[in-house]
Design a protein around this ligand. Structure first.
Ligand code: GLU
Length: 290
């Protein structure tokens, strides 16, 4: 088996909060427990959502907690040519196609079908621009989509959640690889980068588990290996909802890094520590291995 390579891949849409530190700590501990490398990747493809300076702030917050990337940090905004190459390959091999539909076009097509399917408020694309259905029908290309095979039940196994399965064709549909505004979609960027960086183990928050089947299909279409996946428990806010920047999670104050690390460790079922950050991290590596 290839040597362990893990990563933490924050989107710099704001500073780290208590929830994102859990994923950072878990991915770091898992890498250290396997004697592997831990990489930080800034996922800043969705530029309108990124906050200037948040990337440097995140790196500082991580460093204060003793979590430092073993290799130079990469920024997805600088990796467009890699994503373009992957899209080109997918198109050449008949796995991706251009789509000229606006949101309104999609709604109208779904209404005409009678039964629109939706997922997280995003309609399952009805396949209007699929090549076998006549392609763009004279409309200009807006976005690029992955053509999902009709039989696309994707079983996969999570190291924490156990066996999972998703029918990507019926539950998600032909998802977007490059958006109408020209930005690269998270799914494509993450799959290309995990492979380009030789990532063998993905450890991230449970809210992202739902993307895994899509990423596995994309890996297959690109002929890339599938890493092992572990999704960590989410930290809930006072309102019982997932803690996220969107629902007002407070940025992590790292004046007392051991205190914030202890809270993250607790979410991972690890015992709180007193003393120094480095001693606490060493103790948790041992507990993670046990
Ligand atoms: N950039 C994503 C996020 O911050 C994480 C992507 C991943 O770990 O696959 O939600």
């Amino acid at each position: 088996m290839a040597a362990y390579r893990g990563r933490f891949a924050p989107s710099p849409t704001g500073p780290l909060h208590a929830g994102s530190l859990v994923a950072a700590l878990a991915s770091w501990l898992d890498a250290r427990a396997h004697g592997g490398a831990w990489l930080v990747r800034m996922e800043d493809v969705d530029m309108p959502r990124c906050v200037p300076g948040a990337d440097q702030l995140i790196l500082q917050q991580l460093a204060t907690c003793g979590l430092v990337s073993d290799e130079p940090v990469v920024w997805q905004s600088e990796r467009g040519p890699l994503y373009q190459q992957a899209l080109h390959l997918l198109v050449q091999q008949g796995h991706a196609y251009p789509c000229g539909c606006s949101r309104k076009d999609i709604e109208a097509a779904l209404q005409a079908q009678g039964a629109g399917r939706e997922r997280h408020h995003i309609a399952v694309y009805p396949g209007t621009c699929r090549p076998e259905r006549g392609g763009l029908h004279g409309k200009p290309a807006r976005a690029w989509r992955l053509q999902i095979p009709d039989l696309s039940e994707v079983p996969w196994s999570d190291r924490h959640l156990g066996p999972q399965t998703q029918n990507v064709a019926t539950e998600v549909g032909d998802f977007i690889l490059k958006r109408a505004d020209g930005l690269w979609a998270y799914q494509l960027a993450v799959v290309v980068d995990d492979a380009a960086q030789g990532i063998t183990h993905v450890v991230r928050g449970e809210d992202l588990a739902d993307n895994t089947a899509r990423q596995i299909l994309l890996q297959r279409a690109l002929g890339l290996p599938t890493p092992a996946y572990l999704h960590t428990p989410l930290v809930l806010g006072a309102n019982g909802e997932k803690l996220s920047k969107q629902n007002g999670a407070q940025p992590l104050g790292v004046a007392d890094p051991l205190q914030v690390l202890n809270a993250a460790a607790l979410a991972l079922g690890l015992p709180p520590q007193a003393g120094s950050v480095s001693k606490a991290l060493t103790t948790w590596i041992g507990a993670w291995q046990a």
